[in-house]
Design a protein around this ligand. Sequence first.
Ligand SMILES: [Fe+2]
Length: 270
Amino acid sequence: MIHGIFGRPYVDLEKYVDLTALESLDEEICLGLAEVPVDYTGGSHRSMEIMPASRTSEAHVDYGEVIASLDPDAYATFRSLANEPTTYPDRPADATFGEERDHPLSRRQMLWLEYRHGVYFPWKVYLEMIPNRTWEEKSSPDGKEFTRIARTFFPKTIAFVRSLPFAHIGRCNLMGLSSNDHGTAHRDGVPEEKAKVDHFITLCPRGNKRLYLWDEEKKEKIAVRGRAYWFNDSDHHGVDADPFFRYSIRIDGVFRPDFLATLETDLSSS
Ligand SMILES: [Fe+2]
């Protein structure tokens, strides 16, 4: 089932946020992405057990499974490619690796996992504009700011993000999919464990990323369209493949009370 927000699958924010700047942000973002170092993300959704059961095969080769099966020599190679190899355990079974885990992957480790072991990283362009260590602290502003790279290459984008109706922001990242790649269906939270829907806005300046929500009971996709939206990320979601690059920006934080009240009034009554 889809849990949604305010009784609907997702919230289209186009009429609540002035999006006239998006065209010029798109120019800035595409140029900036050509100039800055980026990471990969995704690639372990099946081993993280956050995929819908009926669609786990779509993750292809999962790095969590690969790392767990490395022989000692291969693990030594993997470890040597870390940014800080000495902090790594002697054996893979003694720790977890990758996003939200004990040991984040270095760029070199991601590329080696892709080239040597065929790992599928769905998002091959990942830029943390406000870095954030754990999922639980993504809405908190404490000790965080836009990176130097973000401030240098994406000033208009930052100004726009700061103008959004948040009381504060705790995370801002850009996620891009290469042509023909799909974003594996997964969920970011467990609805039974989390009663409240986390506040965030996704911006897709070109409106061309085919995000969908996945109803595992009905085995059905619900398309999410528009250039600005909010959805319940405890619902399964993924991105369909297209033969061109697509990106979006996700901003996490806490909405201003007046903005939340407007949404609640409008959407609960309509
Ligand atoms: Fe997600």
